[in-house]
Design a protein around this ligand. Structure first.
Ligand code: PGA
Length: 253
């Protein structure tokens, strides 16, 4: 299994020109990438201008709607994303849960729609600072996973990706401590009960990842990849992180 490095550009940059420039600089900075799948999740208006790309760069979106078409003003369907050559879609990001009122039920519908459309969903889960302080981290993660997986056929699980993103670590510079990250990784791995499967679900870490701490989340905490926000807008920093992952000996997982 390759490492997965996902860039979440969020609502950045401001113009098509800047987006294209950023994409091209990342593309240029990727050398001999063999063991890492690099996914760029740009804002919707920029996705179509990010072609062509070398095989190693994949495109993703930051959200989608659960219906295929129809009167859903402002929404984007999975079919539209497929048409733009997207292979991945981030779902349930904490910023969408918080600012757009996304519920577990909505995320469950989006997850099913994305899987049916042959997209690979990156499902974000994570506790808030308040939940962490109250000792509710595991409870929150179990509930988010259980609700997202509601009535999901097991055949879909092999295409799913989970991103553990503690909300308190996102964009704060306060990344999750390694011991804690490792504990959560093992907890999630155990919860997913897919140790014996030939396609274990990749679990990514996200939350203030940069080229300084990236390696440890893979090597020491055991994650299969990373979801990077702020640091993915700096092409040097981002490509340095790809190179770091490439230099790691691939785990057998
Ligand atoms: P960050 O964001 O790397 O800026 O903390 C991560 C994310 O929200 O996916």
């Amino acid at each position: 299994m390759k490492f997965l490095l996902v860039a979440n550009w969020k609502m950045n940059p401001e113009t098509k020109k800047e987006a294209k420039n950023l994409f091209d600089l990342i593309k240029k900075g990727l050398k001999n990438v063999k063991n890492t799948e690099v996914v760029i999740c740009a804002p919707f208006p920029f996705i179509s201008i990010l072609n062509p790309r070398p095989k190693i760069l994949k495109l993703g979106a930051q959200n989608c709607f659960w219906e295929k078409s129809g009167p859903f003003t402002g929404e984007i369907s999975t079919l539209m994303l497929k048409d733009l050559n997207c292979q991945y879609v981030i779902l349930g990001h904490s910023e969408r849960r918080r600012y757009l009122g996304e519920t577990d039920e909505m995320i469950n519908k989006k997850l099913k729609a994305a899987l049916k459309a042959n997209l690979k969903p990156i499902l974000c889960i994570g506790e808030t600072e308040q939940e962490k302080r109250a000792g509710k981290t595991k409870k929150v993660l179990i509930s988010q996973l259980k609700n997202a997986f509601n009535r999901l056929a097991t055949k879909w699980l092999s295409r799913l990706i989970i991103a553990y993103e503690p909300v308190w670590a996102i964009g704060t510079g306060n990344s999750c401590g390694l011991e804690e990250a490792k504990r959560i990784y093992l907890f999630l791995r155990n919860l997913l009960q897919d140790e014996n499967s030939s396609h274990p679900i990749p679990i990514l870490y996200g939350g203030s990842v940069n080229s300084e701490n990236a390696r440890d989340y893979i090597e020491k905490a055991g994650f299969q990849g990373l979801l990077i926000g702020g640091a993915s807008l700096d092409p040097q920093e981002f490509t340095k992180t790809v190179a770091l992952l490439e230099s790691l000996k691939k785990s057998e997982k």
